[in-house]
Design a binder for this molecule. Structure first.
Ligand code: AMP
Length: 590
């Protein structure tokens, strides 16, 4: 498949503002692909060179990309820079520059998706002395073989700014439609994706073995599993009811979700964040400990990494865990305040998947595997049939410095990537406030007024995720809770992802000063959820008189952004459920 054809589809995708049209365009594109290029095509469409958890980026600096354009076209650097300044996007600047000159004749060699993919990989892989020159030349080579439109996207690949606004669910639906003619297989594809977090791999499997192959897909080492998520409950009674009067209850650790993969023979360990990013290098203590402390050749564990003081038996606050992680001198800081991994699940052991085993069986296995228990320990838990005991355990965990409990269905399999009632969380709550915080996606921002003018940011427009529709629905403007430092931080972060128009997967009747790609998630506390005509959250049809849901007195409480993908933010269904629960008396802070 020629990339020139792909570029035309990308242009169409950029122009549409409906998710369903996006799926149609994308599925037509995928259906033209062969088995041998679907993986590469999917990665390119995601704007990456490998599944995002590998963290492989081209990330060329703008300066270098400009040099490539100059080299390929002979247009003076100042002219390119001027175009860049006026367009705000180097891809469009390159397109315009080439269009405007007789240099469009340059476009003399067509290249395929796989050829482009391989050159982009070469650019990403060249390192060390002289690598800058190599990168510039390789990119220039691509540009001189490209049409103006192709150059637009090639420059964006090089800079890591493709941003077609496609979510994982959109890509999965398009794959389903491309191969089976309808969107029915989406669920099967999503299940497969939840096991490997790699859309390229899922696409290839589908093209290679069809839906049968997809249904047979298993977890594999070093492909992170999309983590299981917890539901909320309003009372201990509800937990017991939903669990059929018997369940396991773990302490809820306020640290960092960590999924650990180990292959002892190959001496390889990887630790993935909740957001499926590799963060292995941040945990040298845990990497060392896992070789010494687990009785297994290969395994996948799910747990929470948290700074814990062995002597005082104190858990350190979340902020401290993060700082331990962020420190440049990780080695030094980590021996001062070693992170411990409190493990609550095991999904794979010695070459076999445990995903379909019951939780009680998995936990039993876990107990056997963790036999040293110095830095890698099982999460504290009880099994109970009594509401009273559940409540006592909850209170004991708060006293011990944990943030609550997670109740678990003993008979449930590991539910990758989903929020089912097999895990139910209950956190400490605060009187007169919502009993839980919410995680919102930033979809736009407002310029600062008055004393905030100098920061260039006065507030955020935020949304929740409607997982049934795969859309982001606006729920609130946030104007308070920011420190000056945070305002500058957000401004810098968001300026890199501003968009000229409302993104296709955002539904909002409120207009911010600037739209941004729905990418960053922040933690927000509010006094209550109210009904409001202003916001689209919970509306069944948009642009209607219907009343949606909104937050009252929202304030940002996370320091920066959360380690979550936009699609992992609080969902519309959760907001509606919280709204219903808030009518009843909240838990008191005991
Ligand atoms: P929340 O982030 O408030 O939605 O709560 C769910 C998170 O609690 C999970 O993603 C884990 O990171 C964390 N967590 C802490 N302890 C446990 C536990 N024992 N079982 C499951 N999740 C836990």
């Amino acid at each position: 498949m020629l990339f020139s054809e792909v570029a035309e589809y990308y242009q169409k995708l950029e122009e549409v503002s409906s998710r369903l049209t996006m799926i149609d365009i994308l599925s037509e594109l995928f259906s033209k692909s062969s088995k041998d290029e679907i993986k590469q095509l999917i990665y390119l469409t995601q704007g990456v060179l490998s599944p995002p958890f590998e963290g492989k980026e081209i990330g060329m600096a703008e300066k270098l990309a400009i040099s490539s354009i100059v080299l390929a076209t002979g247009i003076p650097k100042e002219n390119i820079q001027k175009l860049f300044n006026s367009k705000g996007d180097l891809g469009s600047a390159a397109e315009e520059a080439i269009k405007d000159t007789k240099l469009k004749k340059l476009h003399n060699k067509k290249f395929t998706v796989n050829e482009l993919f391989s050159t982009l990989n070469k650019i990403a892989d060249s390192s060390g002395s002289g690598s800058q020159d190599i990168k510039i030349k390789l990119l220039a080579g691509l540009i001189s073989d490209s049409s103006p439109l192709e150059s637009r996207y090639i420059i964006r690949f090089a800079l890591g700014t493709l941003r077609l606004g496609l979510g994982d669910a959109t890509i999965l639906e398009a794959l389903s439609k491309a191969k089976t003619g309808d969107r029915e297989s989406k669920q099967a594809l999503e299940n497969a994706y939840n096991l490997c977090s790699d859309l390229g791999k899922v696409g290839f499997k589908l093209f290679d073995e069809g839906i049968d192959g997809i249904n047979k897909m298993e977890v594999s080492l070093f492909n992170p599993i999309r983590p299981e998520l917890a539901e909320r409950a309003k009372s201990f009674e509800e937990i017991m009811e939903r669990m059929n009067n018997i369940c396991a209850v773990d302490g809820k650790y306020d640290g960092l979700r960590a999924q650990l993969h180990l292959d002892k023979k190959k001496k390889r360990v990887e630790i993935f964040s909740r957001n499926l990013e590799k963060m292995t290098h941040m945990f040298p203590d845990l990497v060392k400990a896992v070789f010494e402390e687990v009785d297994a050749e290969t395994l996948i564990l799910d747990g929470e990494a948290i700074a814990y003081d062995d002597i005082t038996e104190e858990f350190r606050p979340f902020q401290e865990t993060i700082q331990t992680k962020r420190k440049h001198d990780i080695q030094e800081k980590s021996s001062e305040m070693p992170l411990h991994l409190f493990v609550f699940d095991i999904m794979y052991l010695n070459g076999k998947s445990l995903m379909d085993k019951s939780y009680s069986e998995r936990r039993e296995t876990l107990e056997k595997v963790l036999n040293k228990r110095i830095f890698i320990l099982p999460a504290i838990r009880i099994i109970t049939k009594s509401k009273k005991e559940l409540e006592l355990f909850f209170n004991a965990q708060l006293t011990a410095g944990l943030e609550g409990i997670v109740a678990k269905d003993l008979s449930s399999t590991y539910v990758a990537g989903a929020r089912k009632f097999s895990w139910i969380k209950m956190k400490r709550s605060y009187k007169s406030e919502l009993s839980d915080t919410v995680d919102l996606v930033i979809i736009g921002y407002y310029l600062g007024k008055g004393s905030r003018t100098e920061f260039g940011l006065g507030g955020l427009l935020a949304a929740v995720y409607n997982d049934k529709k795969d859309l982001f629905e606006s729920i609130t403007k946030i104007g308070t809770g920011f420190t000056e430092q945070q305002m500058s931080y957000f401004k810098e972060l968001l300026d890199k992802i501003t968009l000229k128009k409302k993104p296709a997967r955002v539904e909002s009747e409120v207009e911010p000063d600037f739209w941004v790609e729905p990418k960053y998630v922040v933690e927000v506390r509010a006094d209550e959820i109210t009904r409001s005509p202003m916001h689209t959250c919970g509306k069944t049809s948009y642009q209607s008189e219907e009343i949606g849901y909104a937050l009252r007195f929202p304030r940002i409480i996370s320091d920066g952004i959360r380690d979550k993908k936009a699609e992992d933010s609080t969902t519309t269904a959760e907001i509606i459920e919280m709204f219903e629960k808030q009518k009843k008396k909240p838990l008191s802070d005991k």
